[in-house]
Design a protein around this ligand. Structure first.
Ligand code: GDP
Length: 208
């Protein structure tokens, strides 16, 4: 059946959690430390303790990476918002638990903007979008976190700021977008797009 997996944080967490668990087998736990979690929450007829904890900080690191793998996404603060709200947007990024693994301030070329938005080529707003993306320096980043692609898109909010204000009033677009084109931020929509955009701006990266 399902297992509940937790990442627990405190000073000396590995040893502290192991102390709470108590001895390995239910029998030992009952005898030696009846207040331990393994003794208190034993399941009748099952001799194996129902709780696990990493043995060492190294093991904890490995197990955390296995169950909560980090992901990278490509994120950009568009020129108009970079000029006015860079610091406050960066603070929101950090408050949401992202690590800024790469950071660059640079004006996009039309070719770069066209590559990020190639899905929209041919649409009536495509030329205006390229102009808006190349009108000044953007803040270009690689953001790292578990589930980073989806979480950054959630933090950005819906593409249209009016919709963002209605449905995601805490999102970056609700706060800082001017209109649908200068809507403050960009983020890749899939891991594959993120990988391509990251390589385009930062080259091959060894982030892991
Ligand atoms: P995003 O990934 O949330 O930025 O949204 P999309 O990939 O759908 O669109 C890329 C960018 O194109 C958006 O951030 C908008 O600036 C712009 N855009 C998308 N849809 C429209 C539209 O219907 N009209 C206009 N004027 N711009 C749009």
């Amino acid at each position: 059946g399902p297992t509940l997996i937790l990442a627990l944080t405190r000073e000396n967490a590995v040893a502290h959690w192991r102390d709470l668990l108590g001895p390995k087998t239910v029998e030992e736990a009952m005898k030696e430390n009846p207040n331990s979690l393994r003794a208190q929450y034993a399941v009748s007829n099952v001799p194996i303790g129902q709780l696990h904890g990493s043995s060492t900080p190294d093991d904890a690191q490995k197990e955390l990476e296995f169950f909560f793998p980090e992901e990278h996404t490509f994120a950009l603060i568009k020129p108009a918002a970079a000029a006015k709200y860079k610091d406050v947007i960066l603070q929101k990024v950090k408050d949401a638990g992202f690590t800024i693994s790469k950071f660059k301030e640079e004006s996009l070329t039309r070719e770069m903007a066209a590559q990020f938005y190639h899905d929209h080529e041919g649409k009536p707003f495509f030329e205006d979008l390229l102009s808006c993306m190349t009108e000044g320096p953007s803040v270009i980043m690689v953001l790292t976190k578990e589930n980073a692609v989806e979480e950054w898109r959630n933090l950005m909010g819906p593409v249209d700021p009016e919709v963002a204000k209605e449905t995601s009033p805490e999102s970056i677009r609700a706060h800082f977008a001017e209109d649908i084109l200068s809507n403050a931020v960009h983020g890749s929509s899939t891991k594959e797009h993120a990988q391509k955009s990251i390589e385009c701006v930062f080259g091959e990266l060894d982030l892991d």
